[in-house]
Design a protein around this ligand. Structure first.
Ligand SMILES: [Zn+2]
Length: 98
């Protein structure tokens, strides 16, 4: 069951990444199109993509904050462990003078 969810998540992620890549390519290709002005369908497509990417970025920021909130104890303990037992120049016995 867990493996099946991973496969579905991988497929959805791949579809999202492919969509973003092709949309960005469309924008690059049509960046200097012969604009008809008001109600230009190409400009409408570009603005739709831009607004969806802004919404996706906002969603990712909220998701990141939520993940930090959920895992903050693990994150803090990881930082504390690295700070207390991490590699320092003194622990590694590195001499800075030549
Ligand atoms: Zn246009």
């Amino acid at each position: 069951m867990k493996n099946k969810k991973s496969v579905i998540a991988l497929i959805i992620s791949a579809a999202l990444i492919i969509t973003i890549i092709f949309s960005a390519g469309y924008i690059v290709k049509e960046a200097e199109h012969d604009c008809t002005g008001h109600d230009c369908p190409i400009c409408a497509n570009i603005w739709t993509f831009v607004h969806r990417m802004q919404a996706l970025g906002f969603f990712c920021a909220i998701l990141l904050l939520a993940l930090i909130g959920v895992y903050k104890h693990k994150f803090i303990s990881l930082l504390r462990t690295e700070f207390e037992h991490g590699s320092t120049l003194v622990n590694l016995k590195i001499k800075l003078s030549c």
